[in-house]
Design a protein around this ligand. Structure first.
Ligand SMILES: Nc1nc2c(ncn2[C@@H]2O[C@H](COP(=O)(O)OP(=O)(O)OP(=O)(O)O)[C@@H](O)[C@H]2O)c(=O)[nH]1
Length: 303
């Protein structure tokens, strides 16, 4: 082969990873074609005019635009240059207006003619991230009703509790238990019962529209609604209409001693959080109210 240098350069340009090489001061020595193409399309600082740009300084100065991304990356590169780490890798989101994208950045040392260089590559990991997100979402969903499961409910409540604690906001929790559901199952069969649970879950979804709210399947025929930043009065209004809407579904339960249609009992509690890890108190109070609703004749809200 005559032009070995040209051959190697074409190999680097054909690689889809975005590659740049810096020296031990951070000064850029090389970028491949993928880097230039991506950087130009996405309005990055380092494009084909990379000469005289210091990559590490550019990262140091990027904190205004990218939050802690720039400083973290700069620190990682420095740790490879000063040999405190053999290599550094970092996964980060880089979403465009059209598409969610993630990349993995890797920094590895390279020695050439007694000089030390560092290869920085950015590999597109969007497919893996989307697959992981899908699995994570599946693990959060109840298989029958397609709303959040108990595990995700626990996670969500804990996060929302801490958010309301930080911002000094009230948080409300309702536990909704269907009345005499066993009689409905006994009358029409378990499969029909399943369809009714799906119907109820669909209805609950319409009552949670904010990112601080969630409805979840709490147990067999028990559901829960978390309402972040919601006062007791507002929660009472909302859950009062939920009771009405459950009645409007008119799901027949002819052997129920309450009504000839399916009804629910709701226990509601509202707390303004004072301590972390205290959301169990909210569950305890909502549970107590649910017990009261059942004891007072069912088909009602107690708070
Ligand atoms: N079809 C169906 N039924 C379920 C499911 N999970 C729980 N159940 C039923 O829900 C019923 C709950 O019965 P109980 O705990 O006695 O409660 P209940 O009949 O609703 O009576 P109260 O809650 O006291 O008003 C049982 O018959 C369970 O089999 C489910 O996934 N599908």
């Amino acid at each position: 082969m005559k032009d070995v240098k040209g051959f190697l350069s074409s190999i680097l340009d054909s690689i889809t990873d975005h590659i740049t090489v810096i020296d031990n001061t951070g000064a850029i020595q090389y970028v491949n074609k993928s880097w230039t193409a991506f950087a130009t399309r996405n309005g990055c600082l380092i494009t084909e005019n990379w000469k005289n740009i210091n990559y590490i300084e550019a990262c140091d100065n990027a904190s205004d635009i990218d939050g802690d991304f720039g400083p973290k990356v700069a620190q990682g590169i420095r740790s490879v240059i000063d040999k405190s780490h053999d290599s550094f890798y970092f996964e980060y989101p880089c979403h465009s207006p059209q598409q969610n994208r993630w990349f993995m950045m890797r920094v590895t040392p390279l020695s050439f003619e007694q000089d030390n260089y560092f290869v920085i590559s950015h590999h597109n990991i969007t497919e893996r991230k989307l697959a992981e997100e899908k699995v994570r979402n599946l693990a959060r969903i109840d298989g029958l009703t397609n709303i959040a499961n108990r595990r995700y409910f626990d996670e969500f409540l804990n996060a929302e509790w801490r958010r309301c604690l930080r911002l000094e906001l009230p948080i409300s929790l309702a536990i909704i238990d269907l009345d005499h559901f066993k009689l409905l199952n006994d009358t029409y069969g378990h499969q029909h019962g399943d369809q009714c649970l799906i119907q109820i879950a669909q209805l609950l979804k319409q009552f949670v529209n904010r990112s601080s709210d969630i409805c979840a399947r709490y147990g067999g025929e028990e559901f829960a609604i978390v309402l972040g930043n919601t006062s007791l009065t507002d929660a009472q209004t909302l859950l009062g209409s939920l009771l009405e809407e459950i009645a409007h579904l008119d799901i027949t339960n002819p052997n129920s001693p309450i009504q000839s249609y399916l009804t629910a009992s709701i226990g509601l509690a509202t707390i303004q959080p004072n301590f972390e890890e205290q959301e169990k108190l909210l569950i305890y109070q909502a549970d107590k109210m649910l017990y009261k609703a059942k004891a007072n004749g069912r088909d009602r809200l107690e708070s």
